[in-house]
Design a binder for this molecule. Structure first.
Ligand SMILES: [Zn+2]
Length: 80
């Protein structure tokens, strides 16, 4: 699997919407690819931060939207 496919899978992976077989391939790739690893870390950190701010409260739609916008930006940045 190439980096582009991995990057597309990142949000599914974080949302745990990923298939078992894909998950294995994904995790194998993350181990060997520094670029994808850093993307995953950046996105996870962003999500973790916002989740810790809102704790058990539901993240407001506005915030969620901007979060996904940020993730999109990260993905685009690393696409090349
Ligand atoms: Zn990669």
């Amino acid at each position: 699997m190439n980096c582009e496919k991995i990057i597309k899978l990142i949000s599914d992976y974080i949302d745990k919407q990923i298939e078992e077989t894909e998950k294995e391939i994904f995790e194998e790739h993350i181990k060997i690819c520094k670029k994808c690893e850093s993307i995953l870390n950046t996105i996870e950190k962003t999500l973790f931060l916002s989740k810790s701010i809102y704790r058990n409260k539901k993240i407001p739609q506005k915030v969620e939207k901007s979060l996904y916008y940020q993730i999109k930006k990260i993905k685009i940045r690393y696409k090349k």
